[in-house]
Design a protein around this ligand. Structure first.
Ligand SMILES: Cc1ncc(COP(=O)(O)O)c(C=O)c1O
Length: 342
C-alpha cells in the first residue's frame, strides 16, 4: 500500500490527460529527435502562451533544463548568482559547476527570494582578472520555500542584471504554481518581467517526464541544440515529451493542476495553523507549506506520511501538495498529527 505523500509534487503520478496524450502519440512511425508534428504542435502551444518570438527546447528533467540553459549563457570564467537554498546549489550534485565549468555565488535569503541589495556585493570585483565574472542571476519561481516573486520584484532583478551586463535565468520547475498563485499569465511573470531564459517545469505539474528550456532572448539560443545534444538531453522519441506538453498547455490544464495543488496547500496550512505545537514558517503562496513540528514526533509522523525534514536544526519540514492531493488526505494527515502530538 502506497503511503500518502507530502514529500514532493513529483511523488504524484501522471495526470490522466497527459497519460492519454502519450498513448495517443503512440501511433505509427514519425521522425525522431523532434522532427515530428507532435513537437511542432507543442511548440505552437508555447507560442500561444509566450508569443512567437521565443525558442523552445525539450529536455528530460529539471536539473538538465537548469544546467543546459546556464551553460548557454556562460563561459567557464563566468559565475551564476543565486540563492543559497537554490536547487542549482543544493540539489543538483554540482551539475551546474561540472557542466558549465562556472562557479555559483550565493546570496543569503530567509524566504527563498533574492534581492538586489544582497546581490550587489558579488559585483565588487567585476572586471578583476583574479575573480570570476558574474554573468547570470538565477531565481526560482516559485522558490524552494514555496514563496513567489511578484512581477515587479522580478523586473527589478532583471533590470539590475541587464544594467550590469548579466542575464536573468528563472528556474521555473514550479512556475505554473507561481502564475496560478498570482492569478497571472505565465508570460506576465517571465517574458514580460524581463526573464531571458526559463526552465519550464512539467514533471511537477502532472507530466511523466520532461521539462522545457524557453529562450525569451532568442540570441542566447544560438548553438543551444548542440549544448542539448552534448548534455545527452536530446530525446530520440521526442514526440512523447512533446505530446505531454501539448496536453499540459491545452485547455488550461497547467493552471488547473497548479491551482488545485495551491488550493490544497492553503487548506493544509489553514488546518495546521489550528494544531497546537505546530508553527508555519513561510508564507504559503504556491504549493509548499513549511512548518516546525515538535522534534520528538517527526519520525512517528513519517511512518505514515512521506515528507522531508528541510532544516534539521530548526525541526522544519517541507510539505508539498500536488495536482492530485485530496482533501481527505489532508484531513487524515491532520487527524494523525493531532493523535501523535496530543
Ligand atoms: C526548484 C527546483 N528546480 C528544479 C528541480 C528539478 O529537478 P529534477 O532534475 O529532479 O527534475 C526541482 C525538483 O525538485 C526543484 O524543486
Amino acid at each position: 500500500m502506497n503511503k500518502t505523500s507530502f514529500a514532493s509534487d513529483n511523488y504524484a503520478g501522471i495526470h490522466p490527460d497527459i497519460l492519454k496524450a502519450i498513448a495517443d502519440a503512440n501511433d505509427g512511425h514519425v521522425p525522431a529527435y523532434g522532427g515530428d508534428h507532435y513537437t511542432a504542435r507543442a511548440i505552437d502551444k508555447f507560442h500561444e502562451q509566450f508569443g512567437n518570438d521565443i525558442e523552445v527546447y525539450f529536455v528530460f528533467n529539471g536539473t538538465a533544463a537548469n544546467v543546459t540553459s546556464l551553460s548557454a549563457l556562460m563561459r567557464s570564467y563566468h559565475a551564476v548568482i543565486c540563492a543559497e537554498k537554490a536547487h542549482i546549489q543544493v540539489d543538483e550534485c554540482g551539475a551546474p559547476e561540472k557542466n558549465s565549468g562556472s562557479k555559483l555565488l550565493l546570496v543569503p535569503t530567509a524566504d527563498g527570494k533574492i534581492t538586489v541589495d544582497k546581490i550587489l556585493p558579488h559585483l565588487e570585483r567585476a572586471g578583476d582578472q583574479h575573480h570570476v565574472q558574474p554573468r547570470v542571476i538565477s531565481i526560482s519561481q516559485s522558490t524552494e520555500y514555496g514563496t513567489v516573486y511578484s512581477p515587479r520584484e522580478i523586473r527589478t532583478i532583471a533590470d539590475f542584471a541587464h544594467d550590469n551586463n548579466m542575464f536573468l535565468h528563472m528556474d521555473g520547475a514550479r512556475v505554473s504554481n507561481a502564475a496560478a498563485g498570482l492569478d497571472l499569465s505565465l508570460k506576465a511573470i517571465t517574458k514580460d518581467a524581463g526573464v531571458d531564459v526559463l526552465s519550464f517545469g512539467g514533471t511537477k505539474n502532472g507530466l511523466m517526464i520532461g521539462e522545457a528550456v524557453v529562450f525569451f532572448n532568442r540570441e542566447l539560443a544560438n548553438g543551444f541544440q548542440y549544448i542539448r545534444k552534448q548534455s545527452m538531453q536530446l530525446a530520440s522519441k521526442m514526440r512523447f515529451i512533446s505530446a505531454q506538453f501539448h496536453a499540459l498547455l491545452s485547455d488550461d490544464l497547467w493552471r488547473r493542476n497548479a491551482s488545485h495543488a495551491n488550493k490544497m496547500a492553503r487548506l493544509l496550512a489553514d488546518k495546521l495553523s489550528t494544531v497546537q505545537g505546530v508553527r508555519i514558517t513561510q508564507q504559503v503562496q504556491a504549493n509548499g507549506v513549511f512548518v516546525i513540528f515538535p522534534r520528538q514526533h517527526i519520525s512517528r509522523l513519517q511512518e505514515k506520511f512521506h515528507f522531508y525534514v528541510w532544516n534539521e536544526e530548526r525541526d522544519e519540514v517541507r510539505l508539498m501538495t500536488s495536482f492530485n492531493t485530496t482533501e481527505d488526505e489532508i484531513e487524515n494527515f491532520i487527524r494523525h498529527i493531532q493523535e501523535v502530538i496530543r
